[in-house]
Design a protein around this ligand. Structure first.
Ligand code: ME8
Length: 511
């Protein structure tokens, strides 16, 4: 029993939710549910990033005020998350008064600590990424190096954070904690970035250019750089900073009932620099603890191209959901992408993964429950349920190592393998043959009790990824709820009345 605080990026409220957003949010949801099932007190945070030039321009295009656009998009994100079974504890919006106050308090803290100064900035800005890039980064074609979008030359007065002062401390932290940034490719990328030296960070924009942002507390002609605003959401939601405390105290380091630091920040690899360089140095400057882990996953690609709104090759997860159900989408995304690496979306792979749910897991449930009804009047026999004890213990171990180690695909492969093994057990035991032999009643009881026990374990293992199907299965097994991990060793289903019901994962006819 412990506590676990995890976050997704807060998504830009300038566009619709798409498969990429869904992936990170489902990844977080699976981890949140896994930790709850393991007995942890979980805080799962997601939300929307609502300030800055990108939102300002998108709103103008739609003939809306920025807040009107954000309100509209927040509804879309929230609806998508409900449809996909997301169990977030908190949805933060950067336009919330509490967050605005915390950003102001954090900036004042950096200012009071002597890490803020004013200077002229000259360089290239990408609205798409909401970031400046150097001449070298944009290359001869002068495009943003992440999505290939346009950059504009800018010369203006900004407030700066002395990020450069924290470079050595950050490098040391990364080197001393090899598991802090995962996967290792991303850690090496960050170390490579830091090896080229680290400049200071511009943390404001003139209001004359961008009006949609949080004012700098000591200079209302400037608004807070949107990444500083956005990253701060993680401490706002944790209650780590009390914006009402007197200036200079502000709750930093005070014994607030805070959830900070986060156990893990989840994100795509596109925003690793902001999370692994800007954010920890800002936290160091404000005397706040660093997050315990940063996980940057890969990209969903179509062919060789990243799926993204700006590229127009967006696959709407809700399209798949309508036909196959949201939990098939969740399963596909978690099972198919090796956490951390890129994965290519194809309808064929989606169908392969759906068939696995239907033919292995769903089939095991259906045949087991049907046999109990046919051979034992629907009542789970009182017999030892240990026919697959070793296989089950090994699968639970591999599953937990996979999820604890952020290799979710390995965990779910282990769960599916257990279902496959149990189907093999049915084939070798041949319960239909045992049922014809009066002398084999005890062996049939043992076989059926073992299969029911395995299904109860599978309900626990599948709950993080297919929560409703797991709950349905638990009900059909006559359980009051889905077992927790620490209940698996003392499951006793003898005497439970089971029900068969329709297949958990129905056949979906192709077009
Ligand atoms: O960057 N594959 O928001 P955003 C996998 N507001 N994941 C993808 C993806 C893809 N093709 N496309 C997007 C922002 N994502 C900022 C974040 S946080 C303080 C501020 C996911 O709406 C992935 O998690 O552009 C990526 O990091 C995020 O969406 C970017 O979302």
């Amino acid at each position: 029993m412990g506590s676990f605080y995890l976050t997704t990026p807060i998504y830009y409220a300038s566009g619709e939710p798409h498969l990429g957003h869904a992936y990170t949010t489902i990844l977080a949801d699976v981890l949140a549910r896994y930790h709850r099932r393991a007995g942890d007190d979980v805080l799962f945070l997601t939300g929307t990033d609502e300030h800055g030039q990108k939102i300002q321009e998108a709103a103008a295009e739609h003939g809306l005020t920025p807040l009107e656009l954000c309100d509209r998009m927040v509804d879309r994100f929230k609806a998508a998350w409900v449809e996909l079974g997301i169990s977030n504890d908190r949805f933060i919006r950067t336009t919330e008064p509490e967050h605005i106050a915390v950003v102001g308090a954090l900036l004042e803290r950096l200012y009071d600590n002597g890490f803020i100064y004013e200077a002229e900035y000259t360089g290239w800005y990408s609205v798409g990424q909401e970031r400046y890039f150097t001449e070298k980064e944009i290359g001869p074609d002068r495009v943003d190096p992440i999505a290939g979008g346009p950059v504009t030359r800018i010369r203006e007065k900004n407030w700066f954070f002395r990020m450069s002062l924290f470079r050595d401390r950050l490098v040391e932290h990364i080197e001393k904690n090899p598991e802090w940034i995962v996967p290792a490719t991303r850690r090496n990328e960050v170390l490579g970035f830091l090896s080229q030296g680290l400049g200071d960070l511009s943390i404001s924009r003139p209001r004359s250019r961008i009006h949609w942002g949080i004012p700098i507390p000591w200079d209302p002609d400037q608004v807070t750089y949107v990444w500083v605003d956005a990253l701060t959401n993680y401490v706002t939601a944790a209650g780590a900073v009390d914006p009402d405390a007197p200036r200079g105290r502000r709750g930093f380091g005070d014994p607030l009932p805070s959830r900070w630091p986060a156990d893990v920040h989840l994100m795509g690899k596109d925003i690793i620099t902001t999370h692994a360089v800007y954010w920890p140095t800002l936290l160091m400057g404000a005397d706040l603890a660093l997050p315990r882990k940063i996980l940057a996953h890969g990209w969903w690609v179509v062919g060789d191209t990243k799926m993204s709104k700006s590229l127009g090759n967006v696959v709407d997860p809700l399209d798949l959901r309508e036909r196959y159900g949201p939990e098939a989408v969740r399963w596909y995304l978690m099972r198919e992408m090796a956490t951390g690496q890129d994965a290519s979306y194809t309808p064929e792979r989606f169908l392969t993964r759906y068939d696995e749910l239907r033919n292995i897991f769903g089939n095991l449930a259906h045949r087991t429950l049907s046999m109990i009804r046919r051979y034992r009047d629907g009542i789970v026999p009182a017999a030892p349920a240990d026919g697959l004890a070793d296989e089950t213990a090994a699968a639970v171990g591999a599953y937990r190592r996979g999820l604890d180690g952020y290799r979710l695909h390995e965990g779910f492969a282990a769960a599916m393998d257990l279902a496959r093994t149990a189907n093999g057990f049915v084939e070798t035991q041949e319960p239909w043959a045992l049922a014809r032999r009066p002398d084999a009643a005890a062996e049939l009881d043992h076989t059926l009790a073992t299969l029911v026990h395995t299904l109860a374990v599978l309900a626990c293992l599948f709950e993080p990824v297919t929560p409703e199907k797991a709950a349905e299965l638990a009900t059909r097994l006559g359980l009051a709820g889905i077992p927790l991990f620490d209940e698996l060793d003392r499951l006793n289903l003898a005497g439970n009345v089971v029900s068969v019901g329709a297949p958990l994962f129905p056949r979906v006819d192709p077009d």
